[in-house]
Design a protein around this ligand. Sequence first.
Ligand code: ADP
Ligand code: MG
Length: 595
Amino acid sequence: MRIAVLPEEVVAQIAAGEVVERPASVVKELLENAIDAGARQIRVAINGDGRTRIVVADDGSGIHTEEVETAFMRHATSKLRALDDLNRLQTLGFRGEALASIAAVSRVTLVTRHIDEQAGTRMLVEGGHLRERKSIGAPAGTVLTIENLFFNTPARLKFLKSENTEKRQITAVISRYSMAYPDVRAVLEQDGREIFRTHGSGFLGDVITSALGLEHGKQMVAVDNGEGERIRVYGYTSAPSLNRADRSRITLFVNGRWIVDNSLTYAVIQAYHTLLMTGRYPVAVLMIQVPPEDVDVNVHPTKAEVRFRDGDAVFAAIQKAVRRAVIEQAQTPGIFAGRFNASDSGARSWGDRYEAAQLDLSFDLIEPGQHARKQHVETASPDENDPTAIPYGPGAPLKPRTLPLLRVIGQVAASYIVAEGPAGLYLVDQHAAHERILYEQFMDEHARQGMIAQFALAAQTLHVSPDEARLLEDNLESLQAFGFEIEPFGPNAFVVRSVPAMLADRDPATVIGGILEDLYQGNKPGQARIEDKIVIRVCKQAAVKAGQILSLEQMQGLIRQLERCDSPLTCPHGRPTMIHMSSDQLEREFGRTGV
Ligand code: ADP
Ligand code: MG
């Protein structure tokens, strides 16, 4: 091929690829424009995953009649004149690329009226070509409708993820901007249904509650290293009780701009050193404020990466501020819930939970649901209360032994049961073993009766994040089959009417939160079915924990039940429940062989 300058249209499409990667990038750019235009209210409406239609409406300044066409030209911006302006930049946009890029790969309808003008403009641009333009009456502000995204770039379409993934990305974008601009009222509608809303109160805590759900919001602690600092860090971070399997819930903003930065994310994780188990990560929303001249925002087309003049100082400031907030909170358990939101302190604070976990030694190992029943039937038969009894309810056949009869010797490290059998010594992981026991009982009960015993709650409301709400809605039926009666109750809220009986004394919000986290981990190939995930999580929550001191009777009860499990050697996750040291092995270790 000979060398030739590319046609303008092709150049535009290539350039568009850098800025507009997916529907969520369109939403991001349009939100930034609305915020830059001083909007107090922003409404985003999408159809499906946004490919067919995205509408972003704002009540900002609007665009001057004579500038509407310029706005769609590449490198056309009202926010920057010279490179030097970057050091004083107050706006989110500055590259002048978004509208041109979006218009190059979709059909855009713009309706806008500038606050200082009488008449507005309606304009239609398709694949970068102006199709129609007329003067109309319109409220001050701007409404952009993006349709048929990527209609002329089929390759891009092919690389889009599943509809749900794209929806989730859009929700994430909107909750991020809502956090950075808590005084803006934002609404997200999906297929005509409102799924997210912030109230523009100006309080980050309120937005976090909308974005993460009330249950998580309650477990966040305030972070602030003080107004006078050159590097100011403020926001919220989770008490150690709230943690996740991945770092995706660590959200960082620099001067009001959401950023992705592995190093700074790591600063947050570092702050929890020894406070979280390995493989667990905190939830955090942090605003980092630095003088504009100390940060370069012009590193990446999507502006999601920035470069600091002194990255180490920013790292240290974050780590210190977060660490201090978490430690202070741990030293004064109970008060942080009040700090987060004065109106909802109370029984669910981290401190209270921590204490409850410490004191909860009265756990019963007899059978699922016993605990629930005991709370209601005062005159339980003595049989039921005998912790050494082997569990079998009506119709439950006594299962054959799969392990030899074991004699409990004692407990080690409040986590392992030492037992002796004809074939030697057994070290049993109490949590893993109890998980296995509950799992088999649960499955048996389900197989026998097609359902499982429920424990009715005084209807409890549960507030979750928009993502989790979708996930919960999609799985209500499966949950129902396993004893959870949950009903939608307004946007992102649910009423929990019952839980499986074995969870009667557990906090339903924590249990359901755990299930959602498992489901959220996605349907990666090779992963357990949804039903399995639910059951496994239920058993994990109901099982005795490591670190819990057990009475001899409780240990005996647990071992009796384990002896009759179908697969007593592994927990439902596949980890071993016990280590066996045979008599031969013992003799060998002590050098007694052949003596
Ligand atoms: P940038 O935001 O980098 O300036 P864009 O392509 O996103 O570039 O927008 C081009 C210009 O169009 C902006 O500089 C702004 O003047 C105008 N504009 C875009 N969206 C809006 C809006 N919602 N309200 C007012 N003006 C807008
Ligand atoms: Mg812009």
